[in-house]
Design a protein around this ligand. Structure first.
Ligand SMILES: Cc1cc2nc3c(=O)[nH]c(=O)nc-3n(C[C@H](O)[C@H](O)[C@H](O)COP(=O)(O)O)c2cc1C
Length: 192
């Protein structure tokens, strides 16, 4: 059987991003559990704010097509998103909006969301760990009938969550991350 491939997308571009850090730790845990992981940065897929006039005039930008195809090349996708004003950051929402407009040959629009498995995680300096962003991103993906696994990780007080080796200090957080990775792999394998 070919290796199970998981794409890992942090929803922040910031240097020192807590979510990029959690994404890196999650990618490591997924790899330890046997998945082939591809960590990406949305900075490699720069997109204008979605505008229907722009799409009508120039089509979907190539970076949106590339991001969609990158997702299509993986069995599962882990999104690690910050929470902005109780919701999903514009960067991530805009990327999803553009990807949802891509229609490759022999595919329905949005098929990229339906044909693979998603897991979601968030890190925040606050005590809720970005759980409202997780509810928002789950709603967006579910609206496309995506399979979003039940296990998710909201990491609170994330500035203090790591030891000097960049491992999660709190055993409960580390266990939750391992369980989420296991579930993402198991459900993705069933959909292979
Ligand atoms: C515009 C803006 C809105 C924010 N809103 C929230 C929020 O609603 N809830 C929360 O927990 N943190 C909020 N934060 C704080 C972020 O969780 C924090 O900046 C976090 O470090 C961002 O993720 P990053 O480190 O991956 O870039 C907000 C930050 C910004 C810049």
């Amino acid at each position: 059987m070919s290796a199970l491939k998981i794409l890992v997308i942090p929803g922040s571009l910031r240097t020192g991003s807590l979510n990029a850090k959690l994404a890196a730790v999650a990618a490591h845990v997924l790899a330890q559990q046997g998945a082939e992981t591809t960590p990406i940065s949305l900075s490699d897929f720069p997109l204008p704010i979605y505008d229907g006039d722009l799409q009508a005039k120039s089509g979907v930008p190539k970076h949106a097509v590339n991001l969609k195809r990158m997702m299509s090349a993986h069995h599962g996708v882990l999104i690690v998103t910050p929470e902005y004003n109780s919701s999903v950051p514009a960067l991530l929402k805009n990327a999803i909006d553009w990807v949802s407009r891509v229609q490759d040959v022999h595919e329905a629009r949005g098929q990229v969301f339906r044909d693979r498995v998603f897991a979601i995680a968030s890190a925040s300096g606050g005590r809720l760990g970005g759980s409202r962003a997780l509810a928002a991103v789950r709603l967006i993906l579910s609206a496309w009938d995506a399979s979003v696994i039940q296990d998710q990780l909201a990491l609170p007080f994330a500035e203090d969550a790591y030891d000097e080796m960049d491992r999660l200090k709190n055993a409960a957080d580390a266990d939750a991350l391992k369980a989420m990775a296991r579930q993402l792999i198991d459900v993705s394998q069933r959909m292979m």
